[in-house]
Ligand binder design. Structure first.
Ligand code: NAD
Length: 367
């Protein structure tokens, strides 16, 4: 089977980590008998430099025609002084909106070999961390009405949090289905003690739960959830939450697993893809890390694991996905580390070498 992948390497370390993910995908294709065809596209700062805009129409069109999208990261100091709607990060919001990617899945798992990279108390880390944040991605305050007005207290500004029944229902369904494949527990995170939008959100999540009787559901206010992530992360299996709460909590969850360089993500639109079950865009949780760009030191594992999520969620290729994840585990177990996860007595490697090691172990896992 041939799969068409739109590849947006982006800025900073984006091209370096994406190149390793593509090499790993190619090797997985060789081993398991699949072909991956790539269309390289521009978005973010590189698109501003080449075409004068962060998200050219050609990029949107080519993504729509592909079976899935693999993105590196966008942004960098070169473009920091541009006005808001001209900045590289607009490309991300634009792609999510144009492709209808309403469900963002961010797994946060503490790899057993990396417990010493976890900033939590050793007894808390030893209990294990393995959760996934299901974040609503195309609604809420990031997309709501906003404005500025002059008042007698000086200039005022506002942003609006707004969610409809259907927006909440479809992300809740995604969370319950995700829980069916994992620990069968969903924690809904909101601020229903204060916000009307959260009260509707909680009602709809509760109503949707009735269709998933085998899944345990609990509710938590976002301030409490941010504490429990530190105090008792083992409590969480699947967290479902709004765009802004998910943005913040998934970064917190990522940090307690050691390094942001380890964490993949998938953004799905609920529609089937020509190549498989669901169209999606796959990208590391981290940004473009301009401080590391071009130095061959960035950790490519988040990008490689994003490619594994693509194999699973967009192409239904469970065996190759598990093989890629297994190869990453094998490399970490063997003691290889990029600088961000380096610790005593381990072997420090660069971006390319880490990719090569994963590829070598991928072959060994299968053969
Ligand atoms: P960042 O994630 O790029 O970097 C945060 C820290 O993590 C830095 O110290 C960086 O060196 C480190 N880091 C990140 N990825 C790493 C990796 N793979 N290996 C090792 N270390 C890694 O976040 P930032 O510094 O806040 O943002 C830098 C730029 O990226 C900004 O322009 C920002 O807007 C953009 N950004 C883009 C995305 C995206 O494209 N999805 C997400 C977040 C930030």
């Amino acid at each position: 089977m041939t799969y068409n992948i739109a590849v947006i390497p982006g800025d900073g370390i984006g091209p370096e980590v994406t190149a390793e993910a593509v090499r790993v995908l190619n090797r997985a294709g060789e081993i398991f008998g699949h072909e991956f065809k790539y269309t390289e596209l521009f978005a973010g700062g590189s698109a501003i430099d080449k075409f004068g805009e962060p998200l050219p129409q050609r990029t949107i069109d080519a993504c729509r025609q592909s079976d899935s999208v693999l993105l590196g990261a966008v942004g960098g100091w070169q473009w920091d002084t541009l006005p808001g709607d001209k900045r590289p990060e607009r490309a991300l919001l634009g792609l999510r909106a144009e492709l209808g990617l309403y469900a963002n899945l961010r797994p946060a798992r503490l790899h057993p070999a990396l417990t010493d990279a976890c900033p939590l108390r050793p007894d808390v880390a030893a209990r294990g961390i393995d959760m996934i944040v299901v974040r609503e991605l195309t609604g809420g305050i990031y997309f709501g009405e906003r404005g500025r007005v002059q008042t007698d207290m000086g200039e005022a500004a506002w942003d609006t949090e707004r969610y409809s029944y259907e927006e909440v229902r479809r992300i809740a369904v995604c969370a319950f289905k995700t829980a069916e494949r994992r620990g069968r527990r969903v924690t809904n995170v909101d601020k229903a003690n204060v916000l009307e939008s959260s009260r509707l959100w909680r009602e709809v999540v509760q109503e949707t739960a009735a269709g998933f009787p085998g899944i345990a559901l609990d509710h938590m206010y976002v301030d409490n959830a941010s504490m429990q992530l530190i105090r008792d992360p083992g409590h969480f299996d699947v967290i479902v939450t709004t765009n802004m709460f998910g943005d913040i909590l998934s970064d917190e969850a990522s940090q307690i697993t050691g390094s942001i360089g380890m964490l993949p993500s998938a953004s799905l639109n609920g529609r089937s893809s020509p190549g498989g079950p669901e169209f999606g865009m796959y990208e590391p949780v981290h940004g473009s890390a301009p401080d590391l760009a071009g130095k061959d030191t960035a950790n490519p594992i988040a990008s490689v694991l994003s490619a594994a999520m693509m194999l699973r969620h967009s192409f239904a290729l469970e065996e190759p996905a598990a093989a890629v994840e297994g190869a990453v585990t094998a490399v970490l177990d063997a003691g290889y580390r990029t600088s961000d996860i380096m610790s005593h007595n381990k072997i420090r490697v660069g971006t390319k070498k880490m990719g090569t090691l994963i590829i070598e172990n991928l072959g060994m896992t299968k053969l």
